[in-house]
Design a protein around this ligand. Structure first.
Ligand code: MN
Length: 313
């Protein structure tokens, strides 16, 4: 996924974790990430630009793929973050500058670690008439790993466990006795939760983590209030459990983590610490340095937008 920023200044993120449990809802906003390809961006929001190390959450689709319609995201760079791709319907093809060429289908996880720099493309390979629906998230890398080598991992299967009347699929982190194979550098949780018939979500949480969720379908009730689709629901810190009545067919993504503890700058597809680092990465991309080519992609790569060397709080 590539951020199609209309902004030429970077976004300063950090220091906004709530100390106690809360329930705050922020509407997602519609944004275009490729020609004709709109997504709902749930994170960042002004009040919470990070949830643990999670710094970006896009919900795409459901969209019906028309014949001859490309919904591709052409080659573009990343730095200082990990991309997490999780599909609910359809199929994508990931290519990157490490030489990876990996189809991804529902139930599988793609985790790309950018470190000092990587480039990738995402092609919609869902057949015409099929439906594409999924989520892409970014995890900010801490100082200890953000200058490291890029990497790519595809996890064809993930741990599943009961969570009350729900089934939880563990994308990132630990839940009860299960541990995701996805390698992340900060304490974090990412879980897909779904109920068939109406019931109750019930799972333990790490009270040291802040948590947030997006409802993909259905709805649930948290602290006596409804959590609907189309919003980021921020739950704060200090919760020992999530106990939530859920309607039939409810599906949601829960993310969390220890407050990140580092202030980061986000701009376009980069997570950095200073405007100078962003300016250098942009120049390297424009000049064809650092990130490497994505071979096999049938088309041109994305050009970086203008950057003004500033940031906003
Ligand atoms: Mn991307």
């Amino acid at each position: 996924m590539s951020e199609r920023t209309g902004r030429s200044d970077a976004l300063l993120c950090g220091d906004d974790a709530a100390a106690a449990p809360c329930f705050e809802s922020y509407p997602s906003r519609s944004t275009e990430i490729g020609p004709g390809f709109r997504v709902r961006r749930a994170l960042p929001v002004r009040e919470h630009r990070l949830v643990g190390p999670w710094c970006f959450l896009d919900e795409m689709g459901p969209v019906t793929i028309a014949a001859g319609t490309g919904l591709d995201v052409p080659p573009h760079p990343h730095m200082g973050l990990q991309t997490v791709t999780w599909l609910l319907e359809g199929e994508l093809l990931h290519r990157d500058s490490l030489g990876s060429e990996q189809p991804i289908r529902p139930g599988q996880l793609n985790l790309m670690t950018a470190g000092r720099g990587v480039a990738h493309s995402e092609e919609v390979v869902t057949p015409a008439g099929g439906t594409l629906r999924g989520l892409q998230l970014w995890i900010a890398q801490p100082e200890s790993t953000r200058h490291g080598a890029p990497a790519f991992a595809h996890h064809a299967a993930l741990p599943e466990l009961p969570a009350g009347d729900a089934i939880a699929t563990l994308l990132v982190g630990r839940l009860v006795a299960a541990e995701s194979p996805a390698a992340v550098a900060s304490p974090a949780l990412g879980a897909d939760l779904r109920v068939g018939r109406a019931g109750r979500l019930s799972l333990p949480l790490d009270p040291g983590f802040e948590h947030a969720l997006v409802v993909v379908s259905g709805s649930l009730e948290i602290d006596g209030r409804r959590a609907e689709p189309g919003a980021l629901h921020y739950l704060g810190r200090g919760r020992e459990r999530l106990e939530a009545p859920a309607g039939a067919g409810t599906r949601l993504l829960l993310v969390g983590g220890a407050p990140f503890g580092e202030r980061v700058l986000m701009w376009w597809n980069f997570v950095a610490r200073t405007p100078g680092e962003i300016a250098a990465a942009r120049e390297d991309w424009q000049a064809g340095r650092r990130f490497g080519p994505v071979s096999g992609y049938p088309g041109a790569r994305l050009a970086a937008p203008a950057f003004t060397d500033r940031f906003r709080r």
